[in-house]
Design a protein around this ligand. Sequence first.
Ligand SMILES: Nc1ncnc2c1ncn2[C@@H]1O[C@H](COP(=O)(O)OP(=O)(O)OP(=O)(O)O)[C@@H](O)[C@H]1O
Length: 375
Amino acid sequence: MILESIKLSHFRNYESATITFNPSVNVFLGENAQGKTNLLEAIYVLAMANSHRTSNDKELIKWDEDYGKIEGRLKKSSGTVPLELILSKKGKKVKVNHLEQRKLSQYVGVCNVVMFAPEDLNLVKGSPSGRRRFINMEIGQIQPVYIHDLSQYQKVLHQRNALLKDMSRNRNKASDPMLAIMTEQLIDLAAELTFRRFHFITLLRKWAIPVHASISRGLEDLEIIYKSSAVDVLEDMELSKIKEGYEEAFGRVREREIDRGMTLLGPHRDDLQFLVNGRDVQTFGSQGQQRTTALSLKLAEIELIKNEVGEYPLLLLDDVLSELDDFRQTHLLKTFKEKVQTFVTTTNTDGIDHNMLKHAASFFVASGKISEPKE
Ligand SMILES: Nc1ncnc2c1ncn2[C@@H]1O[C@H](COP(=O)(O)OP(=O)(O)OP(=O)(O)O)[C@@H](O)[C@H]1O
């Protein structure tokens, strides 16, 4: 898919801007804090209806304005699709082909993106919540129903936590039937999410392992393990078996949950583990191995999306090229040259592959204004 153009109104530090993109590579050049990342963020938000760096949508609206808007024209093999996202203090509205979509699950997935930002280099080393967010965002764009299930899960989790908190304070037996109902609801959703996540990790593994071997010049074997807080999920495990596993596990922790006043098991406490040559990269890996792993995951996602939805996603590279050594950079750029529309931000083109720059449109970004492309 190709993003032909974008129009921003009151988005971050952009008052208004319209940009027509190159179908191959677009480079955004500028000093720090001028609006380069904001521009990639706008593309990401247009695709995912959520930012990659804040969960507070109000931060996306230009200061002292009431609303912000992002419009884009996306070219897919099925035709051109106008997309629109309006942010206001009351919430957000999304439109596809000028028609408002009531549910985000009907919107997310129309435009696919893979973002690689400096914080992704932390995917391996950072906290489990970052890895859960990665899983949620990636499954959401290939299986929109996942977004619906996840938001239902979060609602039930919130209610169940409130009930457990109350039970831990009051030790009231009268709440037992309510807890049983909520546990059943939570288990249905937890099993569904775990099943989908496990299937996603199986696909991710298929693409990431060969990529990692290639970037490490055949020296490293990657393994990705889904670590469930409740069930030992096995290859090809049926949904009903995962559900049974949750029922047993919740039975075991019931008293502890009431003591602690919170839900102790479920997808919100799961994690991913990465092994390189059999050792945990998070604990034992060098910084280079951790970076290679993060890059392998991102490259794998591109192929995974192509395989699942039939078209390559847009690739957003926020100031990461200079973070990768020449070999990793060349690998990244060579693999997708001409196949994937790429958007790159940088303060300086010195560290960037010159062959790539030859085919790119370069834009200059200063104080929320974008100059015409320089060839
Ligand atoms: N809601 C907002 N309204 C107006 N300006 C904002 C808003 N949010 C952020 N900014 C401004 O946007 C600028 C940051 O832009 P951005 O994050 O895109 O930087 P950048 O060009 O990518 O720089 P760097 O190379 O340092 O990452 C800052 O000047 C910040 O004050």
